[in-house]
Design a protein around this ligand. Structure first.
Ligand code: 2IP
Ligand code: CA
Length: 377
């Protein structure tokens, strides 16, 4: 299944290109940042352009993976629905067509006849990315396409993507917000057990090229199944990145509950309680050793946010557990799974990580954390 990994790295890079093009090309950027509301809202224009960009990236990934792995068609899911309805009650299903011209003409109907924007978008969708080199080429991965399902988050941390703040990243330092928080996430799980087994993360805006040709990305991948544990990120050296000393460093959502922050402050130096945007980005910070754990007490993340980065943490010896379940019944059996919806919920909430989560690299650190959270949040 090294072919699947190569395919996911390629489609994630294509998705990153589309994300970059939408910010680089003026006609697309205009659409991306304008929010049409009230009297300004064109009834023929379908929802927001940012939703369309998300949907088309997701459909492109679904199309390319399905073409190479037909056994996976029907098991490739994402955050967005590809059915659009405009204010006049007309609906259009957005898909990737066999030719660039056909995709452009379909997109033009959703963009109320804006053929310039439609053509630019279609070109990015049909363009092959520069080849991605990995050391994964000769791997033998014991998985069959007919066992697998996929979760796609076309662009996680959409608000950071739209806002577009440019930051220069420093090695070993957690930078809490900006374009670098936007990630393309593609996670693969076992249909039978829901275990996450292969993950690809693409960070489209990692650094600006010195020759001013625009943004360059970075990608990360992991495989964790049947005793195989591979991750493109090396395990951080103990005590690195998050600072020295024995204090635990924790990354949180800026909207985390005061009771959680209070409980954590008993084992974390104030400098080591950090905040960052993007659910996927926060898990990436744990993968990279910029924080030891990510704690979230609310059910505000979804399967498509956590599946891909979960695999990289597993491959490094850590994982992502359901916070509530872990507090109730211990760490065993509480790893998040990806195959079953929450019963009694509708829409996106069916796929929420409803009990909150803890993403960790080290089991001892997880245990230490649980002792302070138990009974205190
Ligand atoms: C969001 C995004 C948010 C995150 C939320 C995700 O996904 O990652 O940043 O909230 O949980 O669902 P927070 O930053 O508070 O952790 P999207 O941007 O794809 O809607
Ligand atoms: Ca998301």
């Amino acid at each position: 299944m090294a072919d699947l990994l190569k395919c996911l790295l390629r489609v994630a890079e294509k998705a990153a290109n589309v994300a970059r093009v939408c910010r680089q090309e003026a006609p697309l950027f205009q659409l991306l940042v304008q929010e049409k509301t009230g009297a300004d809202k064109n009834k023929k224009f379908v929802q927001d352009f940012k939703t369309l960009a998300d949907v088309i990236i997701q459909e492109m990934i679904r199309h390319d993976v399905g073409a190479q792995f037909p056994e996976m068609v029907g098991f490739i899911h994402g955050e967005e629905s590809n059915k659009f309805e405009n204010g006049l009650g007309e609906s259009v299903v957005v898909t990737v067509c066999p030719s660039e011209a056909d995709t452009a003409s379909l997109l033009s109907t959703v963009l109320d006849g804006d053929s310039t924007a439609a053509s630019l978008l279609a070109r990015a969708i049909h363009q092959d990315p520069a080849s991605i080199c990995t050391d994964a080429d000769h791997l033998s991965i014991p998985l069959q396409p007919s066992q697998l399902g996929i979760w796609i988050d076309p662009i996680d941390a959409t608000s950071q993507y739209i806002e577009g703040k440019e930051e220069e990243l420093q090695q070993g330092v957690l930078c809490p917000s900006g374009l670098h928080c936007a990630l393309v996430l593609i996670g693969v799980y076992l249909r039978g057990s829901g275990e996450p087994v292969m993950g690809v993360i693409n960070q489209p805006f990692n650094h600006k090229s010195p020759d001013s040709s625009g943004w360059r990305g970075q990608h990360f991948w992991g495989v964790s199944c049947d005793g195989l544990a591979l991750c493109s990120v090396s395990p951080p050296k103990p005590g690195s990145g998050s600072g020295s000393g024995s204090d635990l460093s924790v990354v949180l959502s800026s909207s985390e509950k005061p009771s959680v922050k209070k409980a954590l402050s008993s084992i974390c130096h104030p400098d080591k309680l950090m905040y960052a945007s993007g659910a996927g980005f926060k898990i990436l910070c744990v993968i990279q050793g910029l924080a030891d754990v990510y704690v979230l007490s609310e059910g505000s993340t979804f399967k498509w946010d956590s599946c891909a980065p979960h695999v990289l943490l597993k491959a490094l010896g850590g994982g992502v557990v359901d916070l509530n379940k872990t507090l109730e019944s211990g760490v065993n059996q509480a790893e998040l799974t990806y195959h079953q919806p929450n019963t009694g919920h509708a829409g996106a909430d069916r796929w929420a990580n409803s009990g909150g989560l803890i993403a960790y690299r080290d089991r001892d650190q997880l245990s230490k954390l649980l002792t302070v959270l138990k009974g205190n949040i």
